[in-house]
Design a binder for this molecule. Structure first.
Ligand code: URA
Length: 432
């Protein structure tokens, strides 16, 4: 079977067989298919989509391209959460210890930042000593002992995705439903979790900008998961404005600690509790969402979630004193307020551009090998619907360079103040 014929079939809108998809994935992993043919295949898929059968064949071939984690040594139902990526989305960081504090095992394999979106692993690495690379044995032991771990993909999980992902990033084929669905689900199936809640982001800061596309992605993800017997569901949540107030690695750890202390911003706290409640029900520790949510809330009120977070940090080599002394994380040299130019109501805060501003300050990567500056980022003081008076700070820029004129211009261009604002709905839909 020649790769050019497979590309031709997809380019002309044909449906690929499982064998053809397997040939593509095998060739990606062995290195026999050159990058230009992989890229052509990705672009043909981007434009012509894939049927449900093709999406699931691609996912399975990518999943089988590497190792599988064996979670059988962990008692009970394992539950995980994955987000399709957003700005200010530190949800996993408080969520894993909240659910873990209820005795549910949360073996969480997370990712790094991509484009304007932040990555959970990058944020956790702002904590002195915290390592996201631990052996499979240590990972399993930690989940048994502490009940949660947040790590990078151990060993050789879905190597086809690593190669394809890197090419998608540079061929502008990231925001494709079959490519996102196969990328996420190949890793999640290989990581062996029993139950999975997927947080599908929708809006300007998400890869899927419209609710229709987000819904289609959510259905594709859930269908693939259920097809392999995973208990899988999706929540579609808003990503038109940043989630919470903090954007940037150390700032987001600080905000995660605030959430665990019951002092976090309302939107992100609400999302964490919503996702946590679904995980608790899926793990069969509660029969209904209201009870499950109250259980999650209790772990915050009684301090057990914060203690579990400290235990997780310590187990992964980090300094748990960060909980009471966030100043041990890298600190920015300059804190520069961005004053409102007019009075009114904040009507738009474009999430993607806020993410880009944080990336340009050094908080994200512009090239794959860029070193991150953990200290920098943005702290929002006003969000959509908030009243503001001219001169009042809309946000504070945390920077290690004194001149941030370029960042200020970008931020002003993407925050709108009007007479009124349309309210933002945080949770749009739940898909099972
Ligand atoms: N996260 C992934 O792992 N893959 C994607 O394609 C998008 C988000």
């Amino acid at each position: 079977m020649r790769m050019v014929d497979i590309i031709d079939k997809k380019r002309n809108g044909g449906e690929l067989t499982a064998d053809e998809i397997q040939t593509f994935v095998d060739g990606v992993v062995s290195g026999e298919i050159p990058d230009y043919q992989i890229s052509a295949f990705l672009m043909a898929t981007y434009f012509n989509d894939m049927t449900a059968a093709e999406r699931s064949a691609l996912t399975m071939a990518m999943m089988q391209s590497g190792d599988h984690l064996d979670l059988s040594s962990i008692d009970g139902i394992t539950a995980d959460k994955h987000s399709t990526g957003g700005v200010g989305d530190k949800t996993s960081i408080p969520l894993a210890p909240i659910v873990g504090a209820l005795g549910i095992s949360v073996p969480m394999i997370s990712g790094r930042g991509l484009g304007h979106t932040g990555g959970t692993l990058d944020k956790l690495e702002a904590i002195p000593g915290y390592t996201v690379e631990i052996s499979e044995d240590a990972f399993l032991q930690q989940v048994r002992d502490v009940k949660c771990a947040i790590v990078g993909a151990t060993g050789n999980i879905a190597p086809a995705d690593k190669k394809i992902y890197a090419l998608r990033d540079v061929t502008d084929t990231v925001d494709s439903i079959p490519l996102i669905a196969s990328s996420i689900m190949s890793k999640k199936i290989a990581s062996g979790t029993d139950a999975l809640v997927i947080d599908v982001k929708t809006g300007s800061g998400a890869f899927m900008k419209t609710l229709d596309d987000s819904r289609e992605l959510a259905h594709a993800l859930v269908e693939i998961g259920k097809g392999v017997g995973m208990d899988c569901m999706a929540v579609i949540s808003d990503m038109n404005q940043p989630l919470g107030n903090a954007i940037g690695n150390a700032l987001e750890i600080q905000e995660s600690i605030d959430i665990l202390k019951g002092q976090g911003p309302q939107d992100i706290t609400d999302l964490v509790l919503t996702l946590g409640a679904h995980m608790v029900v899926m793990a069969k520790k509660a029969n209904d969402l209201a009870t499950a949510r109250a259980m999650c809330e209790r772990t915050i009120a009684d301090g057990s979630a914060l203690k579990t977070f400290g235990d997780m940090i310590a187990a992964q080599g980090g300094d748990r004193s960060v909980i009471d002394h966030p100043e041990i994380m890298p600190q920015a040299k300059y804190q520069i307020d961005l004053p409102a130019k007019t009075s009114g109501v904040v009507s738009t805060v474009k999430a993607d551009e806020m993410g880009i501003a944080s990336m340009l300050l050094g908080g994200g990567r512009q090239k794959a090998d860029d070193q991150l500056d953990y200290a920098v980022g943005i702290m929002m003081h006003k969000k959509v619907g908030d009243a503001v008076t001219a001169g009042e700070p809309l946000l504070t820029i945390y920077s290690n360079r004194e001149n941030v004129d370029d960042i200020q211009d970008l931020l002003y261009d993407n925050i709108q103040i009007s007479d009124s604002a349309d309210p933002i709905t945080l949770i749009h839909e739940t898909i099972r």
